[in-house]
Write a protein that binds this ligand. Structure first.
Ligand code: AMP
Length: 112
C-alpha cells in the first residue's frame, strides 16, 4: 500500500509541522511526540519499510541519514536517538519508511 498518511503529507493534502524539506525528503514534527523533540524524516519516494529498500536506494538512504544529522545540527541537538521501526512487531505503524529523531530527555536501553 503506497497511500499512507505520510503520502498525504508529502502531497500537502493534509497539514504537518514541517521542519525541513528538500527534493528527496521531508521532515516534520511527530503528531504524538515521545520526547521533547520528536521529528520524522521520510523519503518522498514510497518505500514501505527499510527491508524493502533496494541497492538503487543507497544514495537515498544516505541522504536520509545526512538530512537527520543536518536537522539535529540546526536544532543544536548533541545527544539524540535515531530509530527505524521495521515491521509491525518492531513497532512500525505507518508503512512508509521513516527515521525518528528523538531528543531532549535521557533514553533507556534496551528500548521497550
Ligand atoms: P512508527 O510507529 O515507527 O511507524 O511511527 C509512526 C509515527 O508517525 C508515530 O510516531 C506517529 O505518532 C506518527 N504519525 C502518525 N500520523 C502522523 C501525522 N499525521 N503527523 C505526524 N506524525 C504522525
Amino acid at each position: 500500500m503506497t497511500d499512507t498518511i505520510f503520502s498525504k503529507i508529502i502531497n500537502k493534502e493534509i497539514p504537518a509541522d514541517i521542519v525541513y524539506e528538500d527534493e528527496k525528503c521531508i521532515a516534520f514534527n511527530d503528531i504524538s511526540p515521545q520526547a521533547p523533540t520528536h521529528i520524522l524524516v521520510i523519503p518522498r519516494k514510497h518505500i514501505s519499510k527499510l527491508s524493502e529498500s533496494q541497492e538503487t536506494d543507497k544514495d537515498l538512504l544516505g541522504h536520509l541519514m545526512l538530512s537527520a544529522t543536518h536537522i539535529t545540527k540546526k536544532l543544536n541537538l548533541n545527544d539524540y536517538r535515531l530509530v527505524i521501526n521495521n515491521g509491525a512487531d518492531a513497532g512500525q505503524t505507518v508503512f512508509h519508511l521513516h527515521i525518528h529523531i528523538l531528543a531532549g530527555r535521557p533514553f533507556g536501553w534496551p528500548p521497550g
